[in-house]
Design a protein around this ligand. Structure first.
Ligand code: PLP
Length: 387
């Protein structure tokens, strides 16, 4: 059996070696604490679970959904965008449910890229921005994110050839993995670039609701002209503790929404309608949920930043996301430092290089473990790696 060439274009899986070491440690009886994956440890709010139960008991939700989605969900998304960002969206033409931001981001590559086309993707960045174009037989073109530029890509540094074939540009703020928030003027520059080169800007808004210290993240669609050239992928996964539910929506440019819908009718049959109704309830009645979660993550962020300072790792506390992005100490690579941390303390942190070559020299800590486990992890780091 021979898997496709397409599949073999994907880069090697960088967590493989770390996973082998974790398995070894566990087999040796070490109580390993993983700060690797960003998956909220807190349950989905009870009122959302109840809404699901109610909706699931109605046989009217049991049949094939349509890819357009229930009007109740599209209208709830429109109300949310109006209330939260002051953006008006037409629920019929500018909103489509997605089975998580991941599904949407991946499928946009199939909807918009042909062989030879390029997708502009951040380095470091969420791996689907580079894996997706490769699976669509197109080329990811990397935009380096540097700390000295606030982790904003330099759009002027993209070569004329790559600019001309760039059909997609992925942006993501607040940003995974760097924790950076939307850099000043970047969205405006992206709109200008997109107009000039006929590029669709895709803003992944997975973390807009998880912010700290009074910072309020904007939607890309607030930028003048954004709806002419772009879409935003909004997810309930992180803000509402709903990663397992696969609930997101693509919103914005109507022609792009229609292309995505046309593609999806060939791939999936939409989101379980009971889940759609529960997601609508979360959006309509849950404004305080992401606020409460942000307060929790802000406390955890401070705990981790203090501990890192004590082991000689200086970080700027992020204003959003559920991650801390930190430089590895001198003399280490991302991989060697993550191995050292695991070896010395039984704590798993992610090597920055897993998010692209530009992530080399950094490691990522996720704040999604219960407080007691996080405190324990922090104590172990202090004890084993401290001064
Ligand atoms: C930047 C980014 N986009 C998308 C996702 C996936 O989100 P979803 O659960 O909505 O598919 C993640 C998950 O970690 C992410 O970090």
């Amino acid at each position: 059996m021979k898997p496709s060439e397409r599949l073999s274009r994907l880069p090697p899986y960088l967590f493989a070696e770390l996973e082998r070491r974790i398995a070894e440690k566990k087999a040796a009886g070490v109580d390993v604490i993983s700060l690797g994956i960003g998956d909220p440890d807190t349950a989905t709010p009870e009122f959302v679970v109840e809404a699901l139960g109610e909706a699931a008991r109605d046989p009217g939700t049991h049949r094939y959904p349509s890819n357009r989605g229930r009007p109740e969900l599209r209208e709830a998304v429109a109300r949310f965008y109006g209330r939260r960002f002051g953006i008006e969206l037409d629920p019929d033409t500018e909103i489509l449910p997605a089975l998580g931001a991941k599904e949407c981001v991946f499928n946009l590559n199939l909807a918009f890229l042909d062989p030879g086309d390029a997708a502009l993707a951040a380095d470091p960045g969420y791996p689907v921005y580079t894996g997706g174009p490769l699976l669509a037989e197109a080329d990811p073109v990397l935009m380096r994110l540097l700390p000295e530029h606030g982790f904003a890509p330099d759009l002027d540094a993209i070569s004329p050839g790559d600019s001309a074939r760039a059909r997609l540009m992925y942006l993501n703020y607040p940003n995974n993995p760097t924790g950076a928030v939307a850099p000043h003027g970047l969205f405006e520059r992206a709109v200008r670039f997109a107009r000039e080169h006929d590029t669709l800007v895709v803003h992944d808004a997975s973390y807009t609701e998880t912010t700290f210290d009074g910072y309020v993240a904007p939607s890309f669609l607030e930028t003048p002209g954004a709806k002419e050239v772009g879409v935003e992928v909004f997810s309930l996964s992180k803000g509402y503790n709903m990663t397992g539910w696969r609930t997101a929506a693509m919103v914005g440019n109507a022609a792009a929404v229609e292309a995505y819908r046309a593609l999806k009718t060939n791939i999936d049959s939409g989101m379980f309608e009971a889940v759609q109704l529960a997601a609508a309830r979360a959006l309509d009645e849950g404004d305080e949920v992401p606020r409460r979660m942000s307060d929790l993550y802000a406390r955890r962020r401070d705990l981790v930043c203090d501990a890192l300072a004590q082991i000689g790792v200086q970080v700027t506390p992020p204003k959003g996301t559920i991650y801390i992005w930190a430089p590895v100490p001198d003399g280490h690579t991302s991989a060697s430092y993550c191995e050292l941390v695991l070896e010395e303390s039984g704590v798993v942190v992610s090597p920055g290089s897993a998010y692209g070559r530009g992530g080399e020299g950094f490691f990522r800590i996720s704040l999604t473990v219960p407080d007691e486990r996080l405190s324990e992890a922090v104590e172990r780091l202090r004890a084993s790696l401290g001064g």
